[in-house]
Design a protein around this ligand. Structure first.
Ligand code: SF4
Length: 409
């Protein structure tokens, strides 16, 4: 039974958080769907492979994280356990189009929100509903429990840790200042954990520029009307900057750029001390790094790769994948970077790549991106990208120079 929603006390028989003990039954299918022969080949060659002047360097941590692996496995177990029942998923299980398409192929229906709101009218007590790794809001959870259907909750343990942290802030009267994207599923769910407390208040900031709006306000240089207008969607409905910036607890969406989260916590704490003194800050400011270890490991691995910068970085993962965007932003600071949402964006026949520019956010096609001389291509992938898709991208890089990777001795 969940301890997150003590008021609900769902019966054990319809609420599952640990799968169904069917791992062995779905292992072969999972492996066939997502394992990657080419990724295994690179691992066996110390994460680098060279052929015809092209060297691909793979970051040592990349791709599926523990939370995603678990969520996808539980979805497969759920289908296996209930072959004859309708199975629904609340939004995308992770931000990867192939994984979501595969689940649809298995007959799992993905409910998509309209303006952030899910329509659960189609769900009946006979159905099975899977909650994604990002978690869902308390309202959504309660609505689904009220339906009497089977609920399979794949919320990642690292997300639950963020919830615990912001709950403590709200309980103790601190405004939860979250470094994240207010519209992201995970952050929406986190905000609901804060607002379940009477007076619980949240403010979500996405960038250091937005954190500076907060520090300016703390310093007494803010404009209340302008602040409220700018953060109308990113703050609790009752948020008042004159009241709710007096006590602040900082947390972050698990997949943000760790360095930026720490810097945001730092400037806000410093602004509080500058405005009201160190004692005030000690009493009224808290911060806690809630970046998950998988995100941190992938960012650390990219930093290690960039110590000897390759000529080009390739980042594979959905354009709506927060952790992938963070990886691409890190790479773009140091190296020419192409963020592709899929291996198919690399066209070996035409020598082109269709990619999102991590700085401008604009997608475009580049011809001759690999050049014709020796080139070192660094590669990483977001936590929602399976190994077979990473392998496809690597194969297409080599194929752009006419090398068939699987035909190599
Ligand atoms: S990125 Fe982190 S928080 Fe998100 S599912 Fe993976 S392990 Fe969990």
């Amino acid at each position: 039974m969940s301890t997150r929603f003590p008021q609900m006390a769902p019966p054990e028989s319809t609420y599952f958080r640990k799968g169904f003990g069917l791992k062995q039954d779905v292992e072969a299918t999972l492996s066939a769907d997502y394992a990657g022969q080419i990724v295994d080949l690179l691992r066996a060659h110390d994460y680098r492979l060279t052929a015809d002047g092209v060297t691909v360097l793979l970051a040592r941590e990349f791709g599926f994280c523990y939370g995603v692996e678990r969520a996808v496995e539980y979805a497969y177990q759920t289908r296996h356990k209930f072959p004859a029942r309708r199975v629904f998923l609340v939004g995308e299980i992770i931000h990867n189009p192939h994984v979501n398409a595969r689940l649809r192929d298995m007959g799992i229906e993905i409910l998509m929100p309209v303006d952030g709101v899910f329509d659960y009218s189609v769900i009946s007590a006979d159905d099975v509903v899977i909650l994604p790794a990002f978690g869902v809001s308390i309202t959504d959870f309660q609505t689904l429990r009220g339906k009497g259907c089977v609920v399979v909750d794949t919320t990642c343990g690292s997300v639950l840790n963020v919830w615990k942290r912001v709950e403590a802030y709200a309980r103790d009267g601190y405004t939860a200042l979250i470094h994240g994207k207010y519209y992201h599923e995970e952050t929406r769910a986190t905000v609901s954990q804060v607002e379940k407390f009477p007076g619980g208040t949240c403010l979500v900031v996405r960038t250091m520029d937005e954190a500076h709006d907060v520090t300016e306000y703390i310093a007494g240089r803010g404009d209340r009307t302008a602040f409220l207008a700018k953060y109308a969607k990113a703050a609790s409905a009752h948020f008042d900057p004159d009241v709710h910036l007096a006590r602040i607890g900082v947390a972050n969406q698990t997949t943000m750029l760790a360095r930026e989260s720490l810097a945001i916590g730092d400037v806000v704490g410093t602004a509080m001390a500058a405005a009201k003194g160190d004692d005030y800050r000690r009493e009224n400011f808290r911060t806690f790094d809630t970046i998950c270890s998988a995100t941190q490991d992938r960012q650390d691995a990219v930093n290690a790769l960039l110590l000897d910068p390759p000529d080009v970085m390739l980042v594979v993962g959905g354009y709506n994948s927060s952790n992938t965007l963070s990886l691409a932003a890190m790479c773009a600071e140091r190296v020419r970077t192409f963020h592709v949402e899929d291996a198919l964006c690399i066209d070996p026949a035409r020598g082109t790549i269709r990619a999102r520019n991590p700085v401008t956010g604009v997608e475009g096609e580049t011809a001759g991106w690999l050049g014709s001389g020796p080139v070192r291509v660094g590669l990483t992938a977001g936590a929602s990208t399976p190994n077979n898709k990473i392998g496809d991208a690597i194969a297409r890089v080599f194929a752009t120079r006419g090398v068939d990777l699987l035909a190599l001795p």
